[in-house]
Design a binder for this molecule. Structure first.
Ligand SMILES: CC(C)(COP(=O)(O)OP(=O)(O)OC[C@H]1O[C@@H](n2cnc3c(N)ncnc32)[C@H](O)[C@@H]1OP(=O)(O)O)[C@@H](O)C(=O)NCCC(=O)NCCS
Length: 437
């Protein structure tokens, strides 16, 4: 086995085991052979919240949290944001390579072809209350797509699978825009396939009575960049849910709805909405120090700060700051930016945040941009879900094609009562004979 091994001595038995290392990691199943006696179950890893457990091998996204590196299929995120469109990046994430011109044209054509949603799905959306949260509508509507595409259950048929993936990527902006317009009471706008992916999304969001919607190119580029930044983030909470739900061979609409549900929480994709609420609560720049004190006392969390993986600056936050400058040239500066910058300045100098390696994450500035673009905070997570659908689908397909994967089923360490038995009943009135049974 050479040196790529780990030697473990079980001090309970004195026995020694040699465990192979692959890419520097052990397979936790190799720990099972370590037993006190033949009846013993064997040693397991106990790892709540997967702090140090890899659940898969993946070739999609690479993150080095200490160095602040994010790459999709080997390409640095800043290069992709600068030089590629969102659909090129989507193709890269799904296929492993950037498309050539012909492949890109075909891919864009495929996505255009599937942007419409079935009229029954539109009617389904109309049934939601006027004040329904857009993310709740999105989750339910994505799940409802499986009522339309029955063949989606054939998850092992590559052709059928790819068709559903294209449908999901194409229909997500349509569903998201309909959820948004529903919450405003505006009529739905059908897709305009003359337009690019993001321009068409803007068209479905904001077109009113003008015959043709013309997107502002700076805003369209900014949205495209934001979509690229949010497209994948390796084994985050929602990607893990996508893989886990998909591992039961549920259809991709059901699995994507499950992933979107995971994304909706305030500790994940819901954080950008919470950042805006927090900035509203703070109110002005001079109130920032008092708020930071509350955070340090543990009364509140600084939303948009901290990350499970990044313990250095989140590389996406840097690109987002640049994007914010572009957007503010069109929309005018969002006043919340001053509060956010002051929060960042104070927090980055403060021992509490330095010690815990808490830096702004992608959500800290994205909400400020979205608000400047005219979105209500309730829609922010929906904007996150559109591009992340690509990442979920790439992770899902990789999982299905991985021979080592099976239905995801973690172990537990049982800490409940030992076997016990119901004592004989003492109240005679409740005895079966007494109640005439
Ligand atoms: C993202 C997040 C869930 C990661 O959590 P995690 O890896 O489990 O980190 P922990 O919760 O163990 O935090 C470690 C320490 O930092 C503190 N901490 C983490 N995030 C914090 C925040 N946003 N504000 C204040 N303190 C924070 C914790 O209280 C803990 O302190 P302690 O050691 O004194 O108990 C967490 O940082 C968070 O809740 N951030 C705010 C929500 C957010 O922006 N989410 C978007 C992620 S892209």
């Amino acid at each position: 086995m050479g040196n790529e091994t780990l030697t473990i001595t079980d001090n309970r038995t004195g026995r020694t085991y040699t465990i192979p290392l692959t890419n520097g990691n052990i397979r936790t199943m190799d720990l099972r052979q370590i037993r006190k006696d033949p009846d013993d179950f064997g040693v397991m890893g106990y790892d709540p919240a997967f702090m140090n457990t890899a659940s898969c091998r993946s070739a999609i996204t690479f993150i080095d949290g200490d160095k602040g590196i994010l790459q999709y299929r080997g390409y640095p995120i800043d290069e992709l944001a600068e030089k590629c469109s969102f659909l090129e990046v989507a193709y890269l994430l799904l296929n492993g390579e950037l498309p050539n011109q012909g492949e890109l044209q075909e891919w864009e054509g495929t996505i255009r072809h599937h942007t419409m949603i079935h009229e029954t799905t539109k009617k389904f959306l109309e049934g939601f209350r006027y004040d329904a949260h857009p993310m709740s509508m999105l989750i339910s509507t994505v799940a409802a797509l499986s009522t339309v595409y029955h063949e989606a259950r054939n998850v092992h048929d590559a052709k059928i699978r790819r068709l559903q993936m294209a449908r999901l990527i194409a229909k997500m902006p349509t569903i998201a825009a309909y959820c948004y317009r529903h919450s405003l009471g505006f009529p739905y706008v059908y897709p305009d396939n003359d337009l690019s992916y993001t321009e068409n999304f803007m068209n479905m969001l904001w077109k009113m009575v003008e015959p043709k919607y013309h997107a502002n190119p700076i805003m369209a580029k900014a949205l495209d960049v934001l979509f690229i930044l949010h497209a994948d983030h390796e084994q985050n909470c929602s990607a893990n849910v996508m893989r886990s739900a998909g591992s039961s061979q549920a259809d991709p609409y059901a699995a994507t709805a499950a992933a979107a549900a995971a994304l909706s929480g305030p500790l994940h994709g819901g954080a950008n909405e919470e950042v805006l609420r927090m900035l509203d609560e703070i109110g002005s720049k001079d109130k920032v120090p008092a708020y930071v004190e509350r955070v340090k006392k543990g009364d509140v969390k600084l939303m948009g700060f901290g990350h499970r993986v990044y313990k250095n600056y989140d590389p996406r936050a840097r690109i987002i700051k640049w994007t914010a400058d572009q957007v503010f040239q069109v929309t005018g500066r969002n006043q919340k930016l001053d509060i956010a910058l002051e929060l960042e300045r104070i927090a980055l100098e403060d021992e509490y945040f330095i010690k815990r390696k808490l830096y702004p994450n992608v959500d800290f500035y994205s909400g400020i941009i979205y608000q400047a673009m005219g979105f209500k905070p309730e829609v922010f997570t929906v904007l996150f879900a559109i591009p992340r659908t690509v990442g979920w689908l790439a992770q899902w397909e990789e999982m299905l094609n991985d021979n080592e994967q099976k239905i995801a089923r973690p172990r537990q360490v049982y800490v409940g009562a030992a076997e016990r038995h119901i004592p004989p009943k003492t109240n005679a009135a409740l005895e079966p004979a007494a109640i005439g049974a």
